[in-house]
Design a protein around this ligand. Structure first.
Ligand SMILES: Cc1cc2nc3c(=O)[nH]c(=O)nc-3n(C[C@H](O)[C@H](O)[C@H](O)COP(=O)(O)O)c2cc1C
Length: 158
């Protein structure tokens, strides 16, 4: 069985809604493909996740609000905790990112991308950055992101 890990942090609501949409899209795609027994979808808050989760994941989707022009402190803490235990052991695994932002989001995106480049994760989808309100279009984009990863793992193209 393969594992799709969704790991995110927020003290608010928007990024959590985005995480729910990513997970919902992944589960729906697996149901539709009757592949629920082939891919496990694991959703964790950054504080609950550690190196063992990343090592066990065949693909990972990270989520964060943008705070002070950067990723949230809790996502940075997660990446700091996993970096050395996972360095050289997760190379080439696909990842994607979603960001809940107030008016920008680019600082959160670039800060995450810089660190995961060090882990040699492979960017498999453009980042979804939600500026201001969470629109139906962004929710749908998050669902599609989850579905793309889950289906890709199920059929072996991810
Ligand atoms: C401490 C703090 C710092 C923030 N800094 C930024 C920022 O640098 N850029 C930005 O676009 N939004 C910034 N925001 C706004 C949040 O990113 C935005 O409200 C986002 O929707 C929060 O998502 P959430 O509901 O998941 O917390 C900041 C919010 C807080 C509380």
């Amino acid at each position: 069985m393969k594992t799709l890990l969704i790991v995110f942090h927020t003290h608010g609501v928007k990024t959590a809604r985005m995480a729910e949409a990513v997970a919902r899209g992944a589960q729906a795609a697996l149901r539709e493909a009757e592949a629920e027994a082939e891919v496990r979808v694991v959703v964790k808050r950054c504080a609950e996740a550690g190196p063992e989760d990343l090592l066990a994941a065949d693909a990972v989707i990270l989520g964060t609000p943008e705070n002070f022009g950067y990723m949230s402190g809790m996502l940075k803490d997660f990446l700091e905790r996993v970096f050395y235990p996972c360095e050289g052991r997760v190379e080439g695994r696909p990842y994607a990112l979603f960001v809940g932002a107030g008016q920008d989001g680019s600082g959160a995106q670039s800060s995450v991308e810089r660190i995961v480049t060090g882990l040699r994760l492979r960017k498999a989808h453009e980042a979804i950055v939600c500026v201001k309100d969470l629109t139906p279009a962004i929710v749908e984009a998050c669902e599609t992101l989850g579905a793309t990863f889950a289906a890709g793992l199920a059929i072996g193209t991810m």
